[in-house]
Design a protein around this ligand. Structure first.
Ligand SMILES: Cc1cc2nc3c(=O)[nH]c(=O)nc-3n(C[C@H](O)[C@H](O)[C@H](O)COP(=O)(O)O)c2cc1C
Length: 367
């Protein structure tokens, strides 16, 4: 799989999730395999140029965290260009432009989803960036502002003409937010609108089968996964194996889930320090526990976590408490096993509603 000058070992990508796709999460996922190009949370181009400490923390990386794209947002062409040049100068592999953020604060100044409504202006901004750097410049967008304004195919074509290296397309409109099903024919329309640029499909991919279905139904070159990676950090490895062989790998055993949880926690403390790392882990822990079976005892304490010692104490108590749900082989009894995940576009509409993937709370609740 190629994106501009980058040759990638996987056509599966990590979608930016503001507040979550930080260095510890990316390293955790990379260690499990199947993921190559990952991205940061969205970063304000101007803040980056001003070397704002929060913006610099968002792009914190290390040699094991490669190839890495930084996602920029902003509407001032010169700032976006200079931020892209800066990222290239510090060894970032690709720059992604946020054209999908529906948050009012971002759209009001012409960034995020607002970029999908002004094709000429957006193409000009992207051209300035493409001309300024050798690394690939990619764009991430939704299908359009609303059902009456599905602009993604036209925008994708305009961006291809100015040299964008790939388009990441979330198969929903801005108005839809996270409701309803992902529109595969909308993604297909984007694939068909461009000549040779790679189009990467996105939205609700939570299983290997869903990834394959999206690729088959839309003709997209790869799939980008956001929330699905929270549910299942193994999803990249499992999906890559499934796409290559048609064979589903077994689910990781519970013990491995715990090991990965602990690894993620340690990386969080390494990068953010004990106090802040623990605070940030309060919203990460409950994602792991969604696949643990009964987990009330874990959840109610992890959301108040404040130290490493407490983390280990919570875990030890939880493992004891969980024993009551195990059979004689140490496996979770059937009745307590978590339901298998099904993507919205792979099931009947009434089930879609019931089983919708929760949207994590965070700085951008309306994503
Ligand atoms: C909490 C949260 C934060 C997000 N942050 C970003 C972001 O910073 N930039 C962006 O382009 N998309 C962002 N998104 C959208 C995701 O990248 C992705 O397009 C969307 O979640 C659909 O994919 P998924 O179903 O695989 O999660 C965010 C989504 C969520 C739920």
């Amino acid at each position: 799989m190629r994106i501009g000058a980058l040759t990638l070992r996987s056509n599966l990508f990590l979608s930016p999730l503001a507040g979550y796709t930080n260095l510890p999460f990316r390293l955790t996922l990379r260690e499990l395999g199947g993921l190559d190009l990952a991205t940061t949370d969205l970063v304000n181009a101007r803040s980056l140029l001003e070397k704002n400490p929060k913006a610099l923390k968002l792009i914190e990386s290390c040699p094991a965290d490669r190839p890495l794209a930084v996602q920029l947002f902003g509407a001032v062409p010169e700032e976006m260009r200079d931020a892209a040049s800066y990222l290239e100068s510090i060894g970032i592999s690709a720059v992604d432009i946020n054209m999908g953020c529906p948050v009012r604060k971002v759209c009001r100044v012409g960034g995020g989803s607002a970029m999908m409504t002004e094709l000429g202006k957006t193409a000009h901004l992207v051209k300035l960036m493409v001309d300024a750097v050798k690394i690939p410049v990619t764009a991430k967008m939704r299908l359009g502002w609303d059902d009456q304004n599905i602009t993604a195919p036209d925008l994708a074509r305009a961006l291809e003409d100015v040299g964008v290296a790939a388009i990441f397309i979330h198969g929903r409109t801005r108005e839809q937010g996270f409701t309803g099903s992902v529109n595969l024919s909308g993604i297909r329309a984007v694939v068909e609108a461009v000549k040779s640029v790679s189009v990467i499909g996105n939205g609700d991919v939570t299983t290997c089968e869903a990834a394959r279905h999206m690729i088959e139904q839309t003709g997209c070159a790869g799939v980008s996964i956001g929330r699905g990676a929270f549910y299942n950090p193994w999803i990249f490895k499992q999906t890559q194996h499934y796409l290559e062989t048609g064979e589903l790998l077994p689910e990781p055993p519970f013990e491995e889930r715990i090991q990965v949880l602990c690894r993620h926690f340690e990386l969080m403390l390494e990068v953010f320090g004990e106090t802040h790392g623990c605070r940030m882990f309060r919203k990460v822990g409950p994602w792991y526990s969604k696949r643990f079976g009964p987990a009330n005892e874990f959840n109610k304490r992890i959301v108040q976590l404040s130290s490493r010692a407490e983390f280990h104490e919570i875990l030890a108590r939880y493992l004891e408490w969980r024993k009551q749900f195990l059979d004689e082989n140490g496996e979770l009894k059937e009745a307590y096993r978590p339901m298998p995940l099904v993507a919205s576009f792979m099931q009947e509409p009434d089930v879609t509603k019931r089983e919708a993937i929760p949207v994590p709370r965070g700085p951008v609740e309306v994503w």
